[in-house]
Design a protein around this ligand. Structure first.
Ligand SMILES: Cc1cc2nc3c(=O)[nH]c(=O)nc-3n(C[C@H](O)[C@H](O)[C@H](O)COP(=O)(O)OP(=O)(O)OC[C@H]3O[C@@H](n4cnc5c(N)ncnc54)[C@H](O)[C@@H]3O)c2cc1C
Length: 597
């Protein structure tokens, strides 16, 4: 692996943030980017501004030759081979760099989608699961962008339920080929990609991945879908009619395709989350620029408090999203670094990535819902102009919506978050049950908190309270439902929401703390303000989710006493968010963009 990581945190278990306390020095934040990180970020941003943005209209009208050419240029600049080992033509840099490129390249969602599908789900299956021959044959072309990749898992009757696919693979009588028959649906890049990772069931049973070249006999693509958004990306079905795939193009083991399908989605989810944060930064800039020149009632609308609070809320979300995204990839890099010289052993790298499946799903859900709020408020700031095609807010609004659907819908990702936590708790990998029991004993005996001291003490106390509220509500629900909690989707969804918000506020507070430690509280004033604004909304959401779970699990006197405990846990003196937002908005409007200082 390249040597970009600044100071990797020591290895931390996935999901452990719920029961362990973290110090700022244990998390990677954007303030820890190395010079090389920043150089690559600048390359990605310049590429986006000079190459992608001027070509947006052509791509929006499906001039896919332009998209292909830009994918090649991105490859030439080293932006596409970050996750590919050097011996196969890649750069093999850290996951921080991977996320950073996804973040800074995100100036036009259709291109980001094409680039994301190509570099991530279209390439990583070969990086992580390919044989030496497959890697030598395919990775140099993919890393350079000369070959374009795609990933074909979904079918018309199985999207979320992907393992239930109908596409079959049958061994030919001479045992040299598999014949693939079936139809894949909604495949990104399908209109122009050269290489497809296709999932099919061998003899109708064993779910397996195949590397399929476009020119294999029996391979065809259907017509482009007419979509609500990301219209500049290609989305078509694949039609496989006795498609002849050489046996050496089986990827990984027969019957183990699900490992491939799900492992690469983890990296896809991180990049999607980081891309959403990047897109939010662009929307904030666009909304701010508009608000500074649009006049109403004799003033620019940027002077109105109700507009300013929207800009400030966006900035607070960006601060939080960056904190979550880079904290997560920082943990991954630390885990990968610990593999040492054997990092070429891809099974170890895969394990290190899988460790953070919960955090990857958190980022996917959080990022995709955050960007939807941002583009929605951007349309609002643009007013009537936000609703018409000539202005950028309309396209951004439509383009953002897909993020909640692909890379696993947000419902599926919420179930992944609570499902993985339960699984880890049951297997003893994560001592969640012990933590719940300890908390239950504490609340019953009325043990008082020791309290926090030092900088950002109240914020840290709120992070601790959020964890307790989540554990308490989860404890009440598991006591009531025991094993059958797995069938209580609404409760699992509410638990996932508390987990997501807890990770978000802890990440924001740790980042603000780290900034305060290096710059002093005055130097970190904007960061602290953004963390406080985010925390305030998140605490309300956490409390509301906990109330819903407790009310579903208890009744009568028990419900009343549990609600009293919840009220005690969630008691805090509110921050003056009107003043905090005003301070943040002032800075955003002054500079025209999101700032931490
Ligand atoms: C523009 C675009 C690009 C895409 N690109 C690709 C690609 O490159 N490769 C690829 O393989 N696929 C791709 N997809 C497919 C995408 O991944 C699926 O659409 C997605 O996984 C959802 O599957 P589905 O559409 O079948 O919805 P369904 O699975 O039918 O889901 C419908 C609704 O039911 C909910 N639901 C389903 N199951 C559950 C459950 N167990 N519990 C609770 N709720 C549930 C879902 O969350 C959703 O809200 C793309 C789709 C689009 C629109």
């Amino acid at each position: 692996m390249g040597t970009l990581t600044a100071t990797p945190a020591s290895r931390i278990s996935g999901g452990s943030f719920l029961i362990e306390q973290r110090a700022p020095s244990e998390v990677f934040t954007p303030e820890d980017f190395t010079e090389q990180h920043l150089l690559i970020a600048q390359t990605a941003e310049e590429f986006a501004n000079k190459e992608i943005v001027p070509n947006m209209e052509k791509m929006e009208h499906k001039e896919f030759a332009v998209t292909r050419e830009l994918l090649r240029k991105a490859g030439e600049l080293g932006l596409s081979g970050v996750d590919v080992p050097e011996q196969y033509g890649g750069m093999q840099l850290d996951k921080i760099t991977s996320a950073l490129i996804a973040d800074r390249i995100a100036k036009y969602a259709s291109f980001s989608t094409a680039w994301g599908a190509h570099t991530c789900i279209g390439t990583l299956p070969i990086v992580y699961f390919g044989t030496e021959e497959q890697k030598k044959k395919y990775l140099p072309g993919l890393a350079s962008g000369v070959t374009v990749g795609a990933y074909a898992l979904s079918e018309s009757s199985s999207g979320s339920d992907a393992l239930n696919c109908r596409t079959r693979a049958t061994l030919s009588t001479d045992r040299k080929h598999y014949l693939l028959n079936g139809e894949k649906m909604w495949i990104t890049n399908a209109g122009f990609a050269d290489l497809f990772i296709v999932f099919a069931k061998v003899e109708g049973e064993r779910f397996t991945a195949f590397i399929v070249e476009r020119n294999f006999p029996g391979f065809a693509t259907g017509a482009e879908e007419h979509k609500m958004g990301i219209r500049g990306s290609s989305t078509c079905p694949l039609i496989l009619n006795d498609c002849k795939v050489p046996v050496e193009n089986v990827l990984g083991e027969i019957g183990k395709g699900h490992h491939i399908a799900f492992n690469v989605l983890n990296v896809g989810r991180i990049k999607l989350g980081a891309g959403c944060v990047g897109a939010a930064r662009n929307s904030l800039e666009s909304a701010t620029a508009y608000a500074k020149q649009r006049k109403a009632f004799g003033k620019v609308i940027a002077d109105f408090g109700l507009v300013r609070e929207k800009l400030a809320t966006m900035a607070a979300g960006i601060f939080t999203g960056e904190a979550m995204a880079y904290r997560t990839v920082g943990m991954m890099d630390a885990a990968i670094a610990q593999i040492g010289d054997s990092h070429s052993d891809m099974s170890q790298v895969r394990k290190a990535i899988d460790e953070y499946a919960i955090e990857c799903s958190i980022l996917k859900v959080w990022g995709s819902e955050f960007i939807d709020d941002v583009v929605d408020e951007t349309v609002q700031i643009y007013g009537g102009y936000g609703f018409v095609e000539e202005y950028p807010a309309e396209r951004a609004y439509r383009d953002a919506r897909i993020n909640r659907i692909f890379e696993g819908t947000n419902e599926i990702n919420r179930l992944v978050i609570s499902g993985f936590l339960l699984k880890r708790a049951m297997s003893g990998q994560l001592p969640l049950m012990a933590a719940i029991k300890k908390l239950m004993d504490e609340v019953i005996s009325g043990t008082k908190d020791e309290g926090e001291e030092g900088p950002l003490a109240e914020e840290r106390r709120l992070v601790a309270a959020a964890k307790k509220i989540g554990l308490f509500a989860a404890g009440v629900a598991t006591q009531k439902y025991m094993q059958s909690i797995q069938d209580q989707q609404e409760i699992l969804g509410a638990i996932a929401n508390m987990v997501i918000e807890t990770y978000a506020i802890e990440s924001a507070v740790l980042r603000a703390q780290k900034l305060a430690a290096s710059k002093g509280e005055a130097g970190a004033a904007y960061a602290i303000a953004m963390a406080r604004v985010y925390i305030t909304g998140a605490m309300e959401r956490i409390e509301s989710a906990a109330r819903m779970v407790i009310a579903a699990a208890s009744e009568g006197d028990m419900l009343r006493s549990q609600m009293a405990i919840l009220r005690r846990l969630s008691k805090y003196e509110p921050f003056n968010t009107i003043a905090l937002r005003e301070k943040i908005a002032q800075r955003v409007i002054e500079t025209g963009k999101y700032q931490t200082a």
